[in-house]
Design a protein around this ligand. Structure first.
Ligand SMILES: [Zn+2]
Length: 121
């Protein structure tokens, strides 16, 4: 009788320990995600700053206009067939070996053929 009672306590303790371990894992996951989001936010802020600096430099040195920038952005946006304000990767077929590559690559991963157009997507 007392053996059953003790084994009940033991399994309850094991259950609590298992719950604690799962909870610790969840908390560590949340902390990792927070760190990743913070790092990504910093990366985006840095890229936005560099983008702005590049644009202002080009606008000044080459006498470009904001309208020309917007027109180019619209053209690039449409390369994937959707006007969604995003640049997304797409599959491209290598004109030399016919294998499929990601449009983010400037040359074929298989044969090294340089692609004419897709530079970043
Ligand atoms: Zn190729």
């Amino acid at each position: 009788m007392s053996g059953m009672w003790l084994s009940g306590i033991s399994s309850e303790a094991e259950g609590m320990e298992s719950w604690r371990a799962a909870r610790t894992t969840q908390l560590n996951d949340v902390l990792s995600l927070r760190t990743a989001v913070r790092d990504l936010s910093q990366d985006v802020a840095k890229l936005a700053l560099l983008n702005q600096a590049l644009w202002e430099l080009l606008r000044t040195k080459l006498r470009l206009t904001d309208q020309e920038l917007e027109q180019m952005a619209r053209e690039i946006d449409l390369r994937d067939g959707r006007a969604d304000g995003q640049i997304t990767a797409q599959a491209v077929q290598c004109p030399s070996c016919n294998r499929i590559n990601n449009s983010k690559h400037a040359k074929c991963l298989y044969c090294g053929q340089l692609f004419e157009k897709p530079i970043f997507g």
